[in-house]
Write a protein that binds this ligand. Structure first.
Ligand SMILES: Nc1ncnc2c1ncn2[C@@H]1O[C@H](COP(=O)(O)OP(=O)(O)OP(=O)(O)O)[C@@H](O)[C@H]1O
Ligand SMILES: [Mg+2]
Length: 259
């Protein structure tokens, strides 16, 4: 594991297990309208969780933890909250998605067998066909959570930005209708100033969470960071906070400093 600053590690001791809500999380007024992410320390930055029925973009450069975050969101919902989840993987095989997280102690296979999680890799053809597939999977297991990883492949499939943007807007309407909360992964190329493939996805979604790596000169190494760029209906934090990948998943340190 890369060298870490001492501060987050010390704070980690103060916190409960990686799963479960932070002990002293702020209780939002509309708590019932929030979906807890399962990322320890994150929910208190966003009034208790992701707005229910919304679509949040999870943006980041390569290796910033997007897939781990997305899987933790689905795993936590199914395991701890009785909120089944559908994981749409467009690049990796479902077996790889399940295999990658075994090291965190997450037994996805069991939850798939129990019909609490569905992991599928559909062909990208017409977006309407994909939407129908998503809806069918959500219906099958009564899903409350959805992940699409990565959305960039869908955006790239469209001939123009206009159609990609329209597709995401229609996904947002679909999620609201189905009362399902979506996390959509967006890969960002190094040097890009946007949060998504076309640079417009971020305007259409309910929220944008950015994962990144920040270079620390004193330790001559990078540290993981998280930043909530946008969260509708939320008085969210704008602080750049440290993030770590611990043996049992991602942890955010809301009170610690990156620099
Ligand atoms: N068990 C682990 N313990 C600590 N760090 C890990 C562990 N597994 C993966 N990582 C770190 O997480 C990084 C990759 O995480 P992940 O696949 O979630 O990122 P990503 O943003 O989806 O990457 P990409 O965009 O390249 O697909 C690895 O490069 C590694 O640094
Ligand atoms: Mg990935």
């Amino acid at each position: 594991m890369a060298p870490r600053s001492k501060q987050p590690a010390q704070r980690a001791k103060k916190q409960a297990s990686s799963f479960g809500a932070p002990e002293q999380a702020q209780r939002p007024k509309d708590n019932e309208k929030r979906i807890q992410t399962g990322i320890q320390g994150l929910d208190e930055l966003i009034e208790g969780g992701l707005p229910r029925g919304g679509v949040t973009l999870l943006s980041g450069h390569c290796g910033t933890g997007k897939a781990t975050f997305a899987t933790q969101f689905i795993y936590y919902g199914a395991k701890e909250k009785n909120e089944p989840g559908v994981y749409i993987t467009l690049e990796e095989e479902p077996e790889e998605v399940m295999g990658d997280v075994k090291r965190f102690g997450w037994d996805m296979e069991k939850l798939v067998k129990d019909k609490k999680i569905s992991i599928i890799k559909p062909e990208i053809t017409k977006f309407d066909t994909l939407k129908k597939t998503i809806e069918d999977e959500i219906d099958k297991i009564g899903a409350k959570r959805l992940v699409i990883n990565p959305f960039g492949l869908i955006a790239a499939y469209f001939a123009n930005v206009y159609d990609a943007r329209k597709a995401l807007a229609s996904l947002r309407r679909q999620m609201q209708k189905l009362d399902c909360t979506a996390l959509v992964v967006a890969d960002i190329k190094e040097g890009e100033q946007t949060f998504s493939f076309t640079g417009y996805e971020e305007f259409v979604v309910t929220g944008v969470i950015v994962l990144d790596l920040a270079f620390k000169k004193e330790s001559n190494s990078y540290v993981r960071t998280l930043f909530v760029r946008k969260m509708e209906k939320s008085n969210h934090s704008l602080k750049l906070v440290p993030l770590e990948i611990k043996p049992d998943g991602l942890v955010v340190y809301p009170d610690a400093e990156v620099f």
